[in-house]
Ligand binder design. Structure first.
Ligand SMILES: C[S@@+](CC[C@H](N)C(=O)[O-])C[C@H]1O[C@@H](n2cnc3c(N)ncnc32)[C@H](O)[C@@H]1O
Length: 309
């Protein structure tokens, strides 16, 4: 399926793009957001990251039709600071992240992201990366599997799934997405299985986050990206999982709260330093009903925006 960009207009508006600005798209994908940024910066420059070589190749063609003032970087956005520094860039006007998997990744059975197709367990965004979902499922010890399923999947049956994975792989390696779906189903009660939603959703989310280092990369970006913003520069983050939204909300809140308020220090108001950042909106921006009708995948999307004072 073509990737339909989520919260496209809202994200672009929230960046308040300047014609000569320097912008970073941390999650290029099929260049939906990047194209709109590039169109608005005839005098500026766009840097865009993706772990997926296919995304880089297809977006090169797409963006070249708009302008030549862009640089695509095949690396994790966790290395944002170093990759920009290598190119002599230390401050930027705006940074956008549209987290997660793209539709072309999710809908390609061969990539092994989806529990709907039977495929080799893979889930790597970067197809040259050494760690795949096969390795996680077949080599991690039970305690590590349990931790991933709990922390990244918020899976209620984490304990039984981890223990059933370890038992099953003693017989033979767990090769495919459907093999793991069977193990998950066998780990859940009939009552849980009767509930709405696919029983493998949380486990697949957990495996994907582990394979691609998604939680650690977001943590890194929440630390580094704000420090790269120029005055009035903006950081816009679109999340699809409550895990990512909570981390973003917490980081933005801390950065935009006066230190004395944050630590409950007994300082007079004039002694408390002004925060370095402010929030564009206190509640996240959500897709409109029209967008949700046209693209059900936008359902859980939330956009939060931080501004450097
Ligand atoms: C939801 S898609 C972005 C879609 C894009 N905004 C568009 O409109 O076409 C997310 C993309 O980010 C990439 N990605 C996810 N985590 C990444 C990371 N840590 N570093 C670089 N790219 C990442 C994925 O490979 C995927 O192509």
């Amino acid at each position: 399926m073509e990737h339909v960009s989520v919260l496209l207009q809202q994200a672009i508006d929230s960046l308040a793009i300047k014609e000569d600005g320097i912008y970073v798209d941390l999650t290029l994908g099929r260049a939906g957001h990047s194209s709109e940024i590039l169109r608005r910066i005839p005098e500026g420059h766009l840097y865009a990251f993706d772990l997926d070589q296919q995304a880089i190749e297809e977006s090169t063609t797409r963006l070249s039709a708009i302008g030549q003032n862009f640089t695509l970087i095949h690396a994790s956005f966790a290395s944002l600071k170093e990759e920009l520094a290598k190119r002599g860039v230390t401050k930027v006007d705006g940074i956008l992240a549209d987290l997660g998997v793209s539709s072309p990744q999710f809908d390609d059975p061969a990539r092994g992201f989806s529990y709907r197709y039977d495929a080799k367990l893979d889930m790597r965004m970067d197809q040259s990366a050494p760690l795949s979902a096969y390795d996680v499922v077949n080599t991690y010890d039970e305690a590590s599997l349990l931790r991933i399923l709990r922390d990244y999947g918020e899976e209620n049956d984490a304990y039984r799934i981890a223990s059933n994975i370890v038992r099953a792989r003693k017989e033979k390696p767990i090769e495919t997405t459907f093999d793991i779906v069977e193990i998950i189903k066998a780990s859940k009660s009939a009552k849980t299985l009767a509930k709405k939603g696919h029983p493998a959703k949380q486990t697949f989310q957990a495996l994907r986050i582990e394979v691609n280092g998604e939680a650690k990369a977001l943590e890194q970006i929440l630390r580094d990206a704000p420090t790269l913003l120029k005055k009035e520069g903006r950081l816009a983050i679109i999340t699809f999982m409550s895990l990512d939204d909570r981390a973003t909300k917490r980081a933005f809140h801390e950065l935009s709260t006066r230190e004395g308020d944050r630590y409950g220090l007994a300082l007079r108001p004039e002694e408390i330093p002004e925060p370095e950042y402010r929030l564009l909106t206190h509640k996240p921006i959500l897709p409109s009903l029209e967008e949700l009708e046209a693209n059900p995948r936008a359902a859980s999307a939330k956009l939060r925006v931080l501004i450097k004072n």
